[in-house]
Design a protein around this ligand. Sequence first.
Ligand code: GTP
Ligand code: MG
Length: 469
Amino acid sequence: MHRRAEGSPVAGSTKLTAQHEHVIAGDTIAAISTPAGEGAIALVRISGVDAIAVADKMFRAKQKPSEFPPHVQHFGEIVDEAGRLIDQGMMSIHRAPASYTGEDLVEISCHGGTLVSARVLESCLRAGARGARPGEFTERAFLNGKMDLTQAEAVIDLIRAKTDLALRSATEQLEGRLGQQIKKIRDELVALVANIEASIDFPEEGIAPDDRLQLRARLDSIRKEMDALLATADQGRILREGVRVVIYGATNAGKSSLLNRLLGYERVIVSDTHGTTRDTIEELINLRGLPIRLLDTAGLRASTNDLERKGMARTEKSLETADLCLRIADRNAPKPADFETRSGNGAEIMLLNKSDLPEHGDWKNVDGLRISCATGEGLSCLEQEILNRITKENLRPESAVAINMRHRDCLRRAHQACGRALDAMSNGLAPEYVAVDLSDALHAVGEVLGAVDVEQILDSVFSQFCIGK
Ligand SMILES: Nc1nc2c(ncn2[C@@H]2O[C@H](COP(=O)(O)OP(=O)(O)OP(=O)(O)O)[C@@H](O)[C@H]2O)c(=O)[nH]1
Ligand SMILES: [Mg+2]
């Protein structure tokens, strides 16, 4: 572990400096950065003070790695501690601070066999490196000021992105768009705190009443900027986790058929036996760029069967956490007795399935989208309707900035602290009180960027990474 020992540059202070002016040379770590399993090529990375010395011990080429010009691939032999050949491969050297981690960084491409890459890594470890923890390379990049915390988090989002829109959002965050907006808010708060602290240090100057008005206006506008970012939290959740869309309805209505249709393959068993599906089944689909977690559920009917009732209890539970429900009915069959009593909530689309078959008279006055899972009729209308509902309620596709739950928590605290500062001003409290609230706000905003040394935040962010990233 290596953490910066200095205190926070933010907490309660107006003396903000660039957080990581100096590169911290950490101990030397190594890991296989490509996924486990067989592949054409595996990438092994070494980073830290002795990275290049480690490379010298395990790589034979025309020159010693320590003599390589940076950022150029060199062909050579990877050897073990006794000088025996493990593999042939390519090595590139990236000297601090011009590397991903900001430290000396060595990248070795070897053949992608599980055993080969493991032996290359072992050779790194025997030559003096230690195995890296998950996310430790990106953590070092952050600690060395190569990126702020929102950018480090974007690396995880980028790796996990399943759709174009999610990818675009992650890329923009990696480029620092969210970080810039947060920094702007932070700088405005710093200026405010500076202003107020000046009035405390030099009370004879005093704060004139019109200055107070101006302070209030500036604080108001900062709060509005926070509001705008907080409003993107839903979008962030959707892009990162997907929208939960739950299919439910009576047995045999065609729920599993619909899931299979939207998924594009036969994922779930379909049969004309009532009560075929006993459990909830979740699959991720990409609906025109939007990640959707689609749930098929156990059909609802009066049943005394214990297993079936357990399944229905799960259906009810899924409905509670749904972003959108697809209620489906078999329009070829009579209306179920409990159809009217079960009123759908707002976020629901009513579907009358089996439009390829004649309609039973019971459905004459029921509003709903007529579809057929057998022929595919109406399904593109359904996709469009799902998109309309989600876009209307939670998404602004024109804006790719989307905060995550950690950002939301920090910004909410900052927002509340600004509210307290405004109250203190309105109540005519001494500027010391206002300053305390504003420093709280500043601290919370700083946490978004990682500009405070809070071990917990770092651990919770970086532990999500895979080893070697
Ligand atoms: N003609 C016709 N048959 C359909 C259509 N959709 C589903 N079916 C049939 O209806 C029966 C029930 O379909 P499922 O998808 O298993 O229904 P379900 O709602 O999942 O049923 P449970 O799992 O029992 O709750 C199967 O025989 C399907 O082939 C449709 O649009 N037209
Ligand atoms: Mg089913």
